[in-house]
Design a protein around this ligand. Structure first.
Ligand code: MN
Length: 730
């Protein structure tokens, strides 16, 4: 199964080596531009990595071209440039360059992980997942849910920043696309992405996304507005210039350093204003204005005084957003004055920092960080810091804000958003399972659930849902819920529905249900309950410390015990199966005294997310959550048992690694040395030669847990001649 992937990877390595010999002057201009940009804030090593990312991207997209005829790679490189404007970190720049490789090329997650590390691989994966969500623009409430879903999916805020840069570049270069695609992208951008950018405080991007989408959707209206605005501005250009000069002179005399420039409101916001207030363009007054940037907060107020002494302010139009910032953190002084020729003019005054924050929002923190050298601050920490700053400014202003609470939920979601088969979005708490989803639709749906598909494949009922999942429930009217489901649900609603069903059962019903469930299990094994002797029953009841046989059946009927487990406890030594396990390193709910095995397909080690599968004759077999055979086992959801690792595990576990090496003498010896030095042993080893130059070495070693494994992998990766190393699963 892993064969094609192997071939693909070695090809990738060879070609990327070839590419690296090519002289940099062959690179498209966009790459040179990007390098110049990142040089201003990243070190040499980081720039080398970025160029490596370009080489991989250029190779991966080598056969693709943009509609304009440019090589495809210019698109992701230019998207990366947009992020470099904000001084985003190296990881983000690399991920942006590679953001379309997983979706459109043969590059795999593993390739990215091997070459650039897990962070880059996860970012690209996140961007890809957002891109795969299909949504048509819908009514307001639905759009809001989609926005939340997308933010929830990009748990690392940098995923959304890359997606927004991707979208901004796409929409800048929309012209050569077919009309229907243009309309779809523009509509989506206006409804979903521009508001997200706005919410994150990226006003500069939000404005451009809006204007360009608006232009695409309503070219005639846009054209007309622009023309009218240009004409109006043309008339006033000379006047504006005069006013600018006189303000500058005035400020210079007052010893205030300032930049003064005229600004135009964004077209879309003018359009919206006209629509909302049902007014014509002539009736909108603050279309033109001046912006004055000074170097301190005090100078903002001094500048305001200077302006008011120069021009007469319009009454009631002064706003102090410095003392009382807008809800998204925006700070400025706004005033409207009568210019020297009687025309009305809006003036904004702010500091450089206020200006930057108001344009770049959540991204601003990377910018300021970049002047303090390489930073280790986590991306979510940047987002959190931004929120804290916003909250602070709001608090000072005595304006506790719902918006911020709302934003917090979006940035640090404790909810997941999933699709129903009809394409509606359902909100569930973080950690909710597929079964919770069934109950969230209706308790009847939950109670009669017989199968669940997530993204087209059947899954165990307790599978945790992720934002963006498509979930489909199969029901059967005659089916009743299993008491074991209580282990599988997380939401109060599902639990309550299940409880009420099970409790609705009188004790006699629970006993009956327990007996039915136990009989069904025994039947699978070719046995009948009547064949179990009374002594055997009493022995079991005594062993697990219950009062009576009926207590045991009632326990099963109420979901306190798994019928499968009881069945095995009961037939212990009938079939010669060893049920008394050695002291198990696992805690398994409801599995007292049952044998535990570790799957050979995926070799779980402590730290891995695991699942227990009840296999006849083998007890509980532990698989990793990501086991490639999981789909196969998922056909029997009732046999899965939730398991967790216990805290004090005192043994080691086998794990298989695969290493691609150059054929050099001594590779195996240095490998063995590293492994021994890190307190592990090689159990087995196999070497497979590839075209004389490379070898693939597969070996199994014993490790204590994931941390131990990660240390060993890191040490091996650093060895001379090792091209890549990865854990083999399945
Ligand atoms: Mn793209």
């Amino acid at each position: 199964m892993s064969q094609p992937a192997t071939k693909k990877k070695s090809k990738l390595l060879t070609i990327s080596n070839l590419v690296s010999r090519r002289a940099p002057r062959d690179y498209p201009q966009a790459v040179h531009d990007l390098v110049v940009q990142v040089k201003s804030y990243l070190n040499r090593a980081a720039i080398d990595d970025i160029v490596e990312a370009y080489k991989l991207g250029a190779w991966a997209h080598r056969n693709q071209f943009r509609k304009s005829g440019d090589p495809y790679i210019t698109h992701p490189v230019q998207a990366a440039s947009l992020l470099a404007d904000f001084h985003l970190d190296k990881t983000t720049i690399i991920a942006a360059i590679l953001h379309d490789t997983l979706e459109d090329t043969e590059v795999t997650y593993q390739d990215l992980d091997d070459k650039f590390g897990k962070e880059v691989a996860d970012l690209v994966d996140g961007v890809t997942k957002i891109g795969q969500i299909e949504f048509e623009t819908k009514e307001h409430a639905e759009a809001e849910n989609i926005r939340k879903m997308l933010l929830a999916m990009s748990r690392d805020i940098r995923v959304m920043l890359i997606k927004l840069a991707d979208r901004l570049h796409n929409i800048r270069t929309l012209d050569s696309m077919p009309r229907n695609k243009q309309l779809r992208i523009a509509g989506q951008t206006l409804d979903i992405f521009a508001p997200i950018a706005n919410r994150l405080g990226l006003n500069q991007w939000a404005n451009e996304l809006q204007d360009l989408s608006f232009k695409t959707m309503y070219p005639k209206r846009y054209e007309k507005l622009v023309k009218t605005l240009d004409r109006k501005q043309g008339n006033r250009k000379a006047i504006l210039t005069k006013i600018k000069i006189s303000i500058k002179e005035h400020l210079r005399a007052a010893n205030i350093k300032a930049r003064v420039y005229s600004r135009k409101k964004n077209i879309y916001s003018i359009y919206r204003k006209m629509q909302k207030k049902a007014v014509s363009l002539d009736e909108i007054r603050d279309i033109y204005g001046l912006r004055i940037i000074v170097d301190s907060r005090d100078h903002c107020y001094l500048t305001l005084g200077a302006i008011h002494s120069l021009y007469k302010p319009v009454a009631n139009r002064f706003k102090d957003y410095i003392a009382i910032p807008k809800i998204n953190g925006y700070q400025s002084l706004h005033t409207t004055v009568f210019g020297s020729f009687g025309e009305v003019l809006e003036i904004q005054i702010r500091t450089e920092k206020m200006h930057h924050l108001s344009e770049t929002g959540v991204a601003a923190h990377w910018y300021y960080k970049s002047f303090g050298g390489e930073s280790n601050i986590a991306p979510q920490e940047h987002a959190r810091q931004w929120l804290v700053d916003l909250l602070d400014t709001q608090k000072q202003a005595g304006n506790p804000s719902e918006f911020l609470e709302h934003l917090k939920v979006d940035l640090f979601p404790d909810e997941v958003y999933v699709f129903t088969p009809k394409g509606d979005i359902k909100k569930l708490p973080q950690g909710a399972t597929a079964l919770d989803f069934a109950y969230s639709i209706h308790s009847e749906i939950g109670n009669s659930c017989i199968g669940i598909e997530v993204n087209g494949s059947p899954v165990p009922f307790y599978t945790q849902l992720k934002s963006g999942d498509h979930v489909k429930i199969q029901t059967d009217k005659h089916s009743v819920p299993s008491p074991t489901w209580l282990n599988y649900v997380k939401t109060a609603k599902a639990r309550a529905s299940l409880r009420s069903f099970l409790h609705g059962n009188r004790r006699s019903d629970s006993i009956k249900l327990g007996q039915k469930l136990l009989e069904r299990e025994l039947k699978e094994e070719g046995l009948a309950l009547s064949a179990i002797t009374e002594e055997r029953k009493s022995a079991l009841i005594e062993r697990i410390d219950l009062g009576s046989w009926d207590d045991l059946l009632a326990d099963i009927g109420q979901g306190k015990r798994l019928p499968l487990v009881v069945m095995y406890q009961l037939i212990d030594d009938v079939c010669g199966i060893r049920l008394k396990a050695e002291p198990s390193p696992l805690t398994i709910e409801g599995s007292e005294g049952v044998m535990v095995n570790f799957a050979r397909c995926c070799h779980p080690i402590p730290g891995d997310e695991i699942l227990g599968y009840f296999a006849e004759g083998k007890g509980v077999v532990i698989h990793t959550q990501s086991c490639p055979n999981r789909a196969e086992y998922s056909k029997h959801p009732e046999k899965w048992i939730p398991v967790t690792w216990s805290k004090d595990i005192d043994r080691s576990f086998p794990v298989t690694l695969r290493m691609d090496t150059k054929n050099k003498p001594g590779v195996l010896a240095s490998l063995a040395t590293v492994i021994a030095a890190n307190h592990s042993n090689i159990n087995t080893v196999s070497v497979e030669e590839r075209d004389g130059k490379f070898s693939i070495i597969r070996f199994t070693i014993e490790v204590e847990n994931r941390t131990h494994l990660a240390t060993i992998i890191r040490k091996i990766r650093a060895l001379e001649g090792v091209i890549k190393i990865s854990r083999v699963k399945g």
